[in-house]
Ligand binder design. Sequence first.
Ligand code: SF4
Ligand code: SF4
Length: 420
Amino acid sequence: MDNTKMHKSLGIDLKAHDTLIRALPELFKECFLNKEQDLKSLSYFYSVVADIHGTRVKELIEHKNKGPVIGSFCIYVPEEIILAIGGQLVGLCAGADFWVPYGEQIVPKNLCPLIKAGIGAKFSKTCPYFQVIDLLIGENTCDGKKKAWEILSDMVEMYIMDMPNKKSNSGLKLWQEEVKSLCNFLEKKFSKPISFDSLLKAVQKVNAKRSALNRLYETRKNSPTPISGIDTLLVTQIGFYDDTERYTKMVETLAKECEEKALSNSKSNDKKRILVTGSPMVVPNWKVHHVIETSGADVVVEENCTGTRYFKDNVSIENSLAKEDLLKNISDRYIRNINCACFSPNTDREEEILKICKDYKVDGIVYASLSFCTTYMIEAEKIRKVAKKNNIPMITVESDYSFSDLGQLRTRIEAFIENL
Ligand code: SF4
Ligand code: SF4
């Protein structure tokens, strides 16, 4: 499909966009197509990535006749409220190295690649998702993001949610107020009141998506795992911008196929089982998984925002009789279940990692932090101590989106796996 006309209408810099999009097929081939694959249901997810700036962008443009398209950079932004207003939420991925030099023209080099690529994607006018959104919802999580919103708000309309630093009673209260304020703001801005029914329906939709992902991840507890880590990462990444209902159905189909494969699998597998944790890994950042899985181990679970944190636990609808009850339950689910390193202390994350290691029979932890992601880099020390106490080997790697450190990364990860 030729998307030139559509991209032109979005104000895309077509020449720069061609360069960006040319790099993707090679990377995709290397990470996904050059390996054995027997899960038929994955073809949907592969086709979504192959057409990343095509069909879905067209759908979003069409959606704008019915409701807004809203972007975000963080899983704290509650999708339920955006769906309840008749909107579509798009996770702006910012995982491509291509955008980093554009970002570095505006912000310091010693910032995490996600922030630089996010700013670069907008500044370079090469991301159709960034071009299509009516509003960007930011959140005051890490310092880099807080300051990035000031830059981005000159380029795109923004609404910013404040975040507590502690999960204390006052922290929970602050977040409840922020969720309510977001709801009020969107109702006014798009002149659409959110009813109890529309919010309940939205909660059920997002809960169904989380449950489908949970079902898929459950299959990875089997040994051997029926699906590779890199394929699961891709599936989760797509959840950030695909249509929620269609995506849920596709994940359910895939989970069912994985369940059947796990049941019929009589072969044993002595591959080491790895937990990846740390900063989020957004499309097309598949580097760490690719290195681990081409070094002879299986990534069986990810404790990060493109892993379990994205779908862990649903919003409760029990005893919800009014919109206010649902809003409270939404805020509770997000604040209690997402253990971002921006919180201090973040002991829930330590406990969660230990639980995951046990449930998924993990042999070793790869703690992968994006370069200059200070919060996750510092928190690695706490996780290292907890892992050591529980005799779980752990390696810390720090990397950006470029491939210049691929050799060094492979050498370290191979040595780690060999010693497990
Ligand atoms: S790591 Fe923290 S700031 Fe980043 S997406 Fe996750 S919750 Fe949001
Ligand atoms: S939490 Fe880390 S990865 Fe996320 S935006 Fe901040 S510095 Fe970047």
